[in-house]
Design a protein around this ligand. Structure first.
Ligand code: FES
Length: 149
């Protein structure tokens, strides 16, 4: 589904119904449709990518001020579960410390989403693992080059 289709109210309603019947909560659907933290941060302090077992890929951009995550965005080439999990993860870490963000786990994100199809739970893992990878890379010297090694 293209972004144009999602911003069309009639199509968005159809999409909402489809996702609801697939097992997504209203909260998860709202994150997927609104995509509040989708995109990139040009002056990010850390950019990291990860590919999940399903073959889908995410990039995370972190903006930091000392020990605080001031902003974060994801680029997601993945499913609705992956998008909603990534957006929820950002809401959980914005304004929080690096340690708090590193301690975030799949259950924390699932609690926010409330309900997504069981076969999509690995998509939450991908969002969290991408975040953890970025934080670990930052701690180990930081890295903004997407293909450094
Ligand atoms: Fe690959 Fe959801 S991220 S199926």
């Amino acid at each position: 589904m293209s972004p144009e289709q999602i911003t069309n109210p009639a199509k968005a309603e159809g999409l909402q119904d489809m996702l609801a019947s697939a097992g997504y909560s209203e909260t998860a659907i709202s994150y997927y449709i609104r995509k509040p933290y989708m995109g990139s941060i040009p002056d990010a302090d850390q950019v990291s990518d990860m590919t999940g077992s399903c073959g889908d890929t995410m990039s995370i951009y972190l903006k930091l001020d000392g020990d605080i995550v001031t902003d974060a965005k994801y680029q997601v080439m993945g499913c609705a579960g992956a998008v909603s999990a990534a957006m929820a993860a950002v809401d959980l870490i914005r304004g929080k410390t690096l340690d708090y963000a590193r301690s975030l786990n799949d259950g924390d994100v699932f609690k926010v989403l409330q309900k997504i199809p069981e076969k999509k739970h690995h998509c939450i893992q991908l969002a969290v693992k991408t975040l953890h990878k970025a934080l670990d890379e930052y701690k180990n010297g930081g890295c903004r080059d997407r293909n450094p090694h």
